[in-house]
Ligand binder design. Structure first.
Ligand code: SF4
Ligand code: SF4
Ligand code: SF4
Length: 208
């Protein structure tokens, strides 16, 4: 079995959100829904010197581009009462059957990455499907293809690890990896480990 995964180089990401917008546009998501979000994590402080200039005092910041991680042990799937969520045996892609979803939001509560999103217009939950139609046609996902910094990659997880190394996924503001997330992050030089963070997510509400 192949397990597809995402790779994300946080040291390259400028936070332009092209990946987020291209995903939203190509999947025709409503105004209040995102399948990929670019989290902005910042901390530290600034002071003002005698000449009125701002001086960083340990100020830091970096971005994490995040979608569904098509986990090995999907908490969303384990908590869906109707069996609407499944993990494909050949690709490892975790999908939601919109016909079987009753919109109870149990998967939204269960997912540590806040990946599933409730669509008000249809009354069901949806999330990143790894651009199933695109990858089935031999293309890469829209978000990966669109990144101007080439900070994103996608493919067979073992091949990504061979190319980039094991990386990390327990980087603030992401949680402990309890679901076997298929996301390989190359951390930003300022990255803080999950549980040891001193910063906070500073996105506007509409960006989340
Ligand atoms: S990231 Fe969340 S929604 Fe995606 S497979 Fe894992 S638990 Fe499910
Ligand atoms: S793989 Fe496709 S559906 Fe998933 S975040 Fe990227 S563009 Fe969106
Ligand atoms: S498109 Fe690339 S550089 Fe821009 S926010 Fe997404 S991952 Fe970062």
């Amino acid at each position: 079995m192949t397990q597809y995964a995402f790779y994300f180089d946080s040291s390259k990401c400028t936070g332009c959100k092209t990946c987020q917008v291209v995903c939203k546009e190509n999947h025709k998501l409503p105004t209040d829904n995102l399948w990929r979000r670019v989290l902005e994590y910042q901390g530290g402080s600034w002071s003002v010197d005698a000449s009125g200039c701002y001086v960083p005092e340990g100020a830091f910041g970096y971005k994490i581009s995040l979608s569904c991680n098509h986990c090995d042990m999907p908490a969303c799937m384990a908590n869906c009462a109707t069996g609407a969520i499944s993990k494909d045996e050949d690709t490892g892609i975790v999908s939601i059957d919109r016909e079987a979803c009753i919109g109870c939001k149990a998967c939204i509560t269960a997912c540590p990455y806040e990946a599933p999103t409730f669509i008000e217009e249809t009354g069901v939950v949806s999330k990143c499907d790894m651009c199933l139609d695109e990858v089935s046609s031999g293309h890469v996902p829209f978000c990966v293809a669109s990144c101007p910094m080439r900070a994103l990659d996608w493919g067979d997880k073992d091949e990504l690890i061979a190319k980039y190394g094991e990386g990390d996924v327990e980087i603030e503001p992401l949680p402990e990896n309890t679901t076997g997330a298929n996301l390989i992050i190359k951390p930003h030089p300022a990255a803080q480990k999950t549980g040891a963070g001193t910063g906070s997510t500073v996105n506007l509400a509409e960006e989340l």
